[in-house]
Design a binder for this molecule. Structure first.
Ligand SMILES: Cc1cc2nc3c(=O)[nH]c(=O)nc-3n(C[C@H](O)[C@H](O)[C@H](O)COP(=O)(O)OP(=O)(O)OC[C@H]3O[C@@H](n4cnc5c(N)ncnc54)[C@H](O)[C@@H]3O)c2cc1C
Length: 452
């Protein structure tokens, strides 16, 4: 017989959203298995925020660990939904009351030119693997793909993540050029002070180093870049103010990191030579509201040793999960209720992707805009407290998970026997991947000693 209060939920992904959801459910007496593809469950915090955000990353790791350590939560690492366990197996055979997808947004939006993906790693790289490499490349045990960061690379983007990519390229190239002059600049110094100021402090004119700098292109105008956000239902004055903040932020970022920029550029085609992507054909655009259309007769070539596309992150395909456009198919987007099962929900970036800060920001507009400036490294007070970003993600995750919890409690409870069966499957999987004790010992075991 089913026992009142017997619920067992699988949460896929153990980062900000997954750990928040797991904690809320566990605090309400619901058993939770957090199924995570990686050894460490820190998601975008470890692999997406560039490694110069040292303090912020550490703080978030601790918060996530604190949540996943709560009684009633079993952590199952090294288990990818869609390959190690299928969606069908998990939702129909394991017997969970419900499944919460908190697997984030790890698929880069395609460049959008037919056939471009043939050139991945042959002149074309996407932002997510590029930043992953940058964050982990100095670890002795890193065995993932290795990328070059050549001077004069071309970056497609306009959002915060594309500024991260630009900064990585500039820091790598100036570090190299300074080293050639016998100056060992530490990445953290260059990033914090800015390249121009650092060079000056060494008595060097940055122009004399011969670095030409990467080129960032954006399809709308500078004042449309999502580097500041207007309030909801903004007045024309508020919109004008936001636009001037965007102009200022980009100008400060260019002054500090010395990259080149062109706005109103749209990709039209590829330049391929000897099986490698060596440039893009782009046109200037006419911008009307959110619409940017190519202006006939303005097509020209932009050649580059590497093209990095940073135009948005969306959820990965999971076989068996039905998509609606770029996202999983939800019938209720606020709550993340999946349209094809009453027992499947989405929380966190897997529902929205990452990018629309206005949607999730719980702070005032002023704070939101200041946070973005601090994030880019051009903020006036020089503080690096970025907790507002994750606080927003946590707040939204909390609201979603609280609503999901109510839905779960309305589902039929499980019998003691069913609870035991799920427990033993969870345990079996943990044993298979070598997770034999507790969360803290596991993390101590799998954390590379030289993780930055
Ligand atoms: C500059 C900046 C801007 C931000 N903007 C926003 C914003 O606009 N909106 C917002 O909500 N937050 C934003 N944030 C906050 C925050 O970074 C992210 O929201 C948050 O880290 C995302 O957490 P998540 O748990 O949803 O996803 P992730 O951190 O991506 O975690 C997903 C986890 O799932 C795991 N996983 C993925 N696929 C599978 C699978 N198939 N099987 C098992 N495990 C899997 C991953 O390994 C990962 O651990 C921003 C942060 C910064 C610094």
């Amino acid at each position: 017989m089913s026992q009142k209060g017997n619920y067992y939920v699988a949460v896929i992904g153990g980062a900000v959203a997954g750990s928040v959801a797991a904690e809320i459910l566990a605090d309400h007496g619901i058993r939770v298995a957090v199924i995570e593809q990686n050894k460490r469950p820190y998601g975008k915090i470890e692999d997406g925020l560039p490694r110069w955000h040292v303090e912020q990353r550490k703080k978030e790791y601790e918060l996530i660990a604190g949540r996943l350590n709560k009684p009633g939560i079993s952590f199952v690492p090294c288990t990818k939904l869609g390959s190690d366990i299928s969606f069908e197996e998990l939702t129909q055979q394991w017997g969970f009351t419900a499944v919460i997808l908190a697997n984030g947004a790890w698929r880069d939006r395609s460049v959008g030119v037919d056939g471009s993906d043939e050139f991945i790693n042959k002149g074309l790289v996407y932002q997510n693997p590029f930043i992953y490499w940058y964050n982990h490349k100095n670890e002795m045990t890193y065995d993932g793909p290795r990328y070059e960061a050549p001077d004069e690379a071309l970056v497609l983007g306009g959002g915060l993540a594309s500024i991260d990519v630009v900064k990585v390229l500039q820091l790598e190239n100036y570090e190299k050029a300074l080293r050639a002059r016998g100056i060992h600049a530490h990445m953290h110094d260059l990033e914090k002070k800015g390249i121009a100021v650092f060079c000056k402090s060494q008595g060097i004119d940055p122009l004399s180093l011969g670095v030409k700098g990467c080129l960032l292109i954006y399809r709308r105008r500078i004042q449309d870049m999502p580097l500041a956000q207007p309030p909801e239902k903004a007045t024309p004055e508020q919109i004008a103010k936001t636009e001037s903040v965007r102009l200022k932020v980009l100008k400060l970022a260019q002054e500090k990191f010395l990259f080149r920029f062109q706005d109103r550029r749209i990709t039209q085609g590829m330049i391929v030579e000897n099986g490698r992507l060596v440039g893009l054909k782009v046109s200037e655009t006419l911008v009307e509201g959110r619409k940017a259309t190519a202006i006939p007769g303005t097509e020209h070539e932009l050649r580059a040793p590497l093209i990095i596309s940073s135009i948005g992150s969306i959820p990965e395909f999971i076989p068996g999960v039905i998509m609606k456009g770029e996202y999983y198919d939800y019938k209720d987007w606020d709550m993340g209720q999946y349209a094809h099962s009453e027992r499947v929900f989405g929380v966190g970036n897997v529902v929205t992707g990452q990018g629309n800060i206005r949607l999730s920001m719980v702070h005032s507009q002023h704070v939101a805009n200041r946070l973005i400036q601090e994030y880019i490294g051009v903020g006036e007070d020089g503080s690096r407290d970025l907790s507002g970003f994750t606080a927003a993600a946590e707040a939204r995750g909390t609201a979603q998970a609280t609503a999901v919890k109510e839905k779960i409690k309305a589902l039929p409870a499980l019998t003691n026997e069913q609870m035991k069966q799920i427990d033993s499957r969870v345990r079996e999987r943990q044993m298979k991947v070598g997770y034999s004790s507790d969360y803290n010992s596991w993390i101590a075991k799998v954390t590379p000693p030289d993780l930055e």
